[in-house]
Design a protein around this ligand. Structure first.
Ligand SMILES: Cc1cc2nc3c(=O)[nH]c(=O)nc-3n(C[C@H](O)[C@H](O)[C@H](O)COP(=O)(O)OP(=O)(O)OC[C@H]3O[C@@H](n4cnc5c(N)ncnc54)[C@H](O)[C@@H]3O)c2cc1C
Ligand code: SF4
Length: 501
């Protein structure tokens, strides 16, 4: 029985982040562990409120009050079991999820601070590793059926684990040189050290999942070959088509890049250094892309932009501006606009924002300014207002508000336009919809025997949604293959986040 008064005795507390001067001198994770005493105290704040709205906030349906109480009472083995019953990779979500569950926590009603659900989750996840090193759970019986999973991000990996544990032979095809999708080379180590991915991969391998890296399906292996070799195919290729701004004057200048180009190059440097092979940050064609000593301008206000900010500081940028088209959001939930338990529009301060840089809101770039040699030297911005008219975004510049910001390196972090146009799509006979995503039927099939999940299906989203969709698509594939019983399916393809409108 949970403690009904814990939240009255304890305030919300998180472990202190590593000091800024220390953490920007390396690439290690920003958060230290909370420690047993603090995390048990924080888990005690969960009052087991009867109707746990946090379940609806979490796309995985994590049994949050159950494992909060197990942590409170020090029953770590049961907490590990309970968490893994709904989430294949809590070490990823516990570190990286924006925690819509916390926005839906009942304590958030009436002025209390929500339970530190995400922190409890990561402590349980790390306890699992410390206790039995992520013990493999291979299937006891093989079904004789085989599945190809294309793409090794969290959606593909969650599906692969579910299917392998159900006895199917699973092969994951990944065009990159390492497994993990955006977790590997998109998200920097200071948010997720790659040892966490490697430990899970060891578990999946021991459970029978085969990995083939450096294989681009549609190019190195055709759809026809994949269909011939496997009984079902899951497409989990992500939504990696970066939005660009080709109409802005000066876009072709040297020094103006997609944010992902910068992040991937930086992450590869960290990976190479860890392997004892130090290398400079370059694009695939060898062009250097490093913020050291540069004035950096990041365009965009989301996760990708914040990751570029943290990378720029660790690389030794001379200064960083982060530009956002929209006005500065309020510090607190506007209940009329986003009533509890929905996800509120509020100012989100990522750890990277504590590390320096200047955020500029309600501005748009009018021009990337040439230094006379074809290299960017500044961005010319104007203050703007943004309105929605008939669903279309109208951006209006305020006359006389233009000014220049110095820039040697400009990073475009303005979102993604769905899954990439690539040979695989035509070969499998699937087409991108208006949002650049791939639609599926209610059983996750995009076309006969070909299923789709994660960002490729939903559009650029979150790790928690990718894992939820991977689990649900695996359940549908298991049924399609005539598997015994049912696998858990936390979401259906039409499921949307909690919203008031
Ligand atoms: C910079 C950045 C930071 C982010 N930070 C967060 C965060 O903090 N928290 C959070 O919840 N979410 C975050 N996200 C979003 C999150 O990473 C994604 O929602 C999630 O990774 C999607 O998982 P996925 O498995 O659908 O696809 P992905 O992770 O994109 O993986 C798709 C994989 O498919 C492979 N692939 C594509 N085509 C082929 C082919 N033809 N053959 C073989 N392989 C192929 C790709 O190489 C890639 O490895 C971030 C995203 C970005 C870009
Ligand atoms: S996965 Fe995300 S939404 Fe679900 S419990 Fe963890 S932090 Fe909350």
């Amino acid at each position: 029985m949970p403690d009904p008064n814990g939240f009255l005795r304890y305030d919300r507390r998180l472990p202190a982040r590593r000091p800024v001067p220390v953490r920007i001198s390396d690439w290690r994770e920003v958060y230290p562990p909370a420690g047993e005493e603090l995390i048990r105290e924080q888990a005690t704040r969960c009052m087991d409120c009867g109707i746990p709205f946090c379940h609806d906030g979490c796309p995985l349906g994590n049994r949050i009050p159950d494992w909060n109480d197990l942590v409170r009472t020090g029953n770590w083995d049961a907490a590990v079991e309970s968490l893994h019953a709904t989430n294949n990779f809590p070490e990823f979500t516990g570190r990286l999820c924006p925690a819509p569950c916390e926005a839906a926590c009942v304590l958030g009603l009436g002025g209390q601070q929500p339970v530190t659900i995400k922190q409890v989750e990561v402590e349980i996840a790390d306890a699992a590793v410390a206790r039995d090193g992520l013990r493999p759970r291979p299937a006891s019986v093989s079904t004789g059926r085989s599945v190809a999973v294309v793409g090794s991000g969290p959606a593909g990996l969650a599906a692969a684990q579910q299917l392998a544990r159900a006895g199917h032979a699973v092969t994951v095809y990944e065009r990159d040189d390492a497994i993990g999708g955006l977790l590997r080379y998109g998200i920097p180590d200071f948010k997720l050290e790659k040892q966490h991915i490697d430990k899970r991969l060891a578990q999946l391998t021991a459970e029978g999942v085969r990995f083939r890296t450096g294989v681009e399906v549609g190019v190195d292996v055709t759809a026809e070959q994949l269909r011939a070799e496997h009984d079902a195919v899951l497409l989990a290729c992500g939504a990696l088509q970066g939005r660009d701004t080709p109409e802005t004057p000066g876009r072709p200048l040297r020094g103006v890049h997609q944010a992902m180009a910068h992040l991937v190059a930086a992450n590869r440097v960290v990976a190479a250094a860890g392997d004892g092979k130090p290398a400079p940050a370059t694009l695939p064609d060898g062009t250097p892309i490093d913020a050291a000593g540069k004035h950096v301008v990041i365009i965009g206000g989301g996760d990708t932009a914040a990751d570029c900010l943290g990378v720029a500081h660790r690389q030794g940028a001379a200064g960083v501006h982060q530009l956002d088209l929209y006005p500065e959001p309020p510090a607190e939930r506007d209940a009329a606009r986003d009533p509890w338990p929905t996800w509120p529009w509020v100012l989100r301060n990522y750890p990277a924002h504590e590390e320096g840089g200047e955020r500029v809101f309600a501005v748009a770039v009018q021009e990337f300014v040439d230094d006379g040699t074809g290299q960017v030297r500044a961005v010319r911005i104007a203050e703007v207002t943004v309105e929605k008219v008939d669903g279309r975004r109208i951006v209006t510049a305020l006359p006389g508000s233009e000014r220049e910001i110095p820039a040697d390196l400009v990073l475009l972090a303005i979102g993604f336009e769905g899954t990439e146009e690539q040979p695989l799509l035509e070969q499998f006979g699937v087409t991108r919809n208006g949002r650049g995503a791939i639609d599926s039927g209610p059983d996750w099939q995009a076309t006969d025997g070909v299923f789709v999940a994660g960002d490729m299906h939903r559009g650029a989203s979150l790790i928690v949604w990718a894992i939820a969709e991977g689990r649900a698509a695996a359940a549908a594939i298991h049924t399609y293959l005539g598997g015994v019983g049912e696998l858990p399916a936390p979401v259906d393809p039409a499921r949307q986040p909690l919203a008031a409108r």
